[in-house]
Ligand binder design. Structure first.
Ligand code: ACO
Length: 159
């Protein structure tokens, strides 16, 4: 990640009363209704300075051994500069601090860039939530010109 971003912005956990950065959360999950279902039971971390938040991720405890990254997003202007990679590593460190043995993340079956990034960072496919995007979203979602159907689940061993 670029030196000036590292110097200017810090990862901070948002307090429960803080305003959630829905503009960013919606980049990763296009239905506010879907986000509302999990975000209030997540710890939300923002890459921010005093003026703005440029990236976000949300961690949810699934069970005593497992933490899931439910949402990760970088503002469009800042994408492709290593911030996503940095945040995935930061989320992994946080999961280890919380005592998790496994960190998981789910993404669409047509989300090529995300699948590339997560596997490059050591996540492995372990499950498929069939029809997830067909059954849980009001409108069809397209990525890379392909309609999302199933959610691909990936995990990384932290032990
Ligand atoms: N097309 C293909 N590959 C790309 C592109 C692109 N447009 N942009 C970057 N990449 C590659 C980079 O080259 C890099 O690989 P490299 O290290 O081998 O060069 C890799 O993707 C990661 O790049 P980063 O710069 O670390 O990632 P970035 O800061 O862009 O963040 C993220 C990745 C979070 C997916 C960001 O693009 C984003 O916010 N996208 C929209 C929201 C989203 O899809 N979030 C994830 C949904 S799944 C979930 O939330 C659980």
């Amino acid at each position: 990640m670029k030196e000036e971003i590292l110097n200017d912005y810090q990862v901070q956990q948002l307090n429960k009363q803080d305003k959630l950065p829905f503009d960013l959360l919606l980049l990763a999950d296009e239905s506010r209704q879907a986000i509302e279902k999990y975000i209030h039971t997540c710890d939300v971390y923002a890459l921010q300075n005093e003026e703005r938040i440029i990236a976000v991720y949300a961690l949810q405890t699934i069970d005593t051994a497992t933490i899931e990254i439910k949402n990760i997003a970088v503002a469009e202007k800042y994408q492709g500069q290593g911030i996503g990679t940095f945040l995935l590593r930061d989320a992994t460190d946080k999961a280890i601090e919380k005592g998790a043995e496994t960190i998981t993340i789910g993404t669409g079956d047509a989300s090529i860039k995300q699948l590339y990034l997560y596997q490059k960072e050591g996540f492995e496919v372990f499950d498929l939530k069939k029809r997830f995007f067909l059954d849980n979203y009001p409108k069809p979602i397209f990525e890379n010109g392909i309609q999302l159907k199933h959610m691909i689940m990936l995990k990384k061993d932290l032990t």
